[in-house]
Design a protein around this ligand. Structure first.
Ligand code: AHR
Length: 347
């Protein structure tokens, strides 16, 4: 049923959402496929592209799936529309990567009433009724932030005087922004020599990261010691702004360098970490595809699945002097970026 409606939709409405169905005439074989509608946030970052690629390469016809992909172009209204289109198509499952946490109750209630299980990936949602989704797979963003702050706390401990931070945030209201921001806010409260000069949303996008950092540099110039970026693309933009304004990124604050912290640990982000432009890069693992197929296949067999699954993540540094650190009673290992580490990075 789901497959037939998908095909009808595609024939009458073109390719948005676009189906990864292969040959549409092979309806017989397609009847055995599990149809999954995937509402992706957009294509705002290198990390996001890796996430999309991971899902697309796992949900293939060879693997038993008919994937219908929709790019929400960083707008919640587009994602809500996609969910409703998936319901009209009577897909078997919906996977939602939600741009922000709020605002999903009505659309997911409609999915529930249509009997379509919803799996949330990457960021989380805040809904009144938890039964509106079956499972969530993603990162522990608050822990990512705490690990970044814990590392900063260790490396800045010997620094004399006040340490001035600027903070480039991700999309306001996204779980990745909330967790990473809360961690830094607490870090500032708990370190009486850490001072926040400014904080601004750059939407996880490189061009906005650059604009925001240009503005910070105009306002505060050489007073800036640490730039806390909530993803790699913002960090690339911040690095462009730092060098264009005649400053240097690095870990030697006493020599006027600006210490840049980032999240994601994409290949390009790790390249900058290896050359020292980014001093610490906290990984956010975007390779959800295989885990999501396991979840959908288990549900399809009528098995129970974990409601929450966290991805494993590493913490990367440029400087191999520190191999690990302790923070809040926990020990965290650090991985120094080398050519071998870079060669092993898929995205
Ligand atoms: O939700 C994950 C975040 O979203 C990643 O850190 C970022 O790069 C992406 O755009």
């Amino acid at each position: 049923m789901a497959v037939m409606m998908t095909s009808l939709f595609l024939l009458s409405c073109g390719s948005n959402p676009s189906a990864k169905t292969g040959n549409l005439q092979e309806t017989k074989a397609e009847e055995d496929l599990i149809t999954v509608g995937f509402s992706q946030i957009g294509a705002e970052s290198d990390w996001r592209l890796a996430c999309t690629e991971s899902v697309e390469s796992a949900f293939t016809t060879e693997n038993g799936f008919n994937l219908i992909f929709d790019d929400g172009q960083q707008k919640q209204e587009n994602q809500l529309k996609a969910i409703r289109e998936f319901i009209d198509m009577d897909v078997d499952y919906i996977i939602l990567d939600p741009i922000t946490e709020e605002g999903w109750d009505s659309a997911l209630q409609e999915a529930k009433e249509a009997g379509i299980p919803v799996i949330i990936v990457d960021r989380q949602i805040s809904v009144k009724d938890d039964s509106l989704y079956t499972a969530w797979v993603g990162a522990d963003f608050r822990t990512e932030g705490d690990r970044a702050v814990g590392w900063l706390s260790t490396v800045l401990a010997s620094q004399k005087g006040f340490i001035n931070f600027v903070h480039i945030q991700g999309t306001t209201g996204a779980t990745a922004q909330i967790g990473r921001t809360e961690a830094l806010k607490d870090g500032i409260v708990n370190h009486n020599r850490w001072v926040l000069l400014a904080r601004e949303d750059a939407d996880f996008v490189q061009a906005k990261g650059r604009e925001v950092m240009e503005d910070f540099l105009k306002r505060y110039g050489s007073r800036i010691n640490v730039c806390y970026c909530e993803n790699d693309n913002e960090a690339y933009g911040a690095l462009q702004a730092i060098s264009a304004a005649g400053y240097r990124a690095g870990q030697d604050i006493d020599q006027g360098e600006i210490l840049v912290v980032s999240f994601d640990a994409t290949r390009q982000g790790l390249r900058y970490t290896m050359d020292g432009s980014i001093s610490m890069n906290m990984e956010c693992n975007p390779l959800f595809g295989p885990k999501l197929t396991e979840v959908v296949k288990a549900l399809n067999r009528g098995e129970a699945v974990n409601r929450i699954t966290y991805m494993e993540e590493q913490q990367f540094v440029h400087d191999d002097a520190l191999q690990s650190f302790r923070y809040d009673g926990n020990a965290y290992p650090l991985t120094t970026v080398t050519e071998d580490v870079l060669a092993g990075r898929k995205y």
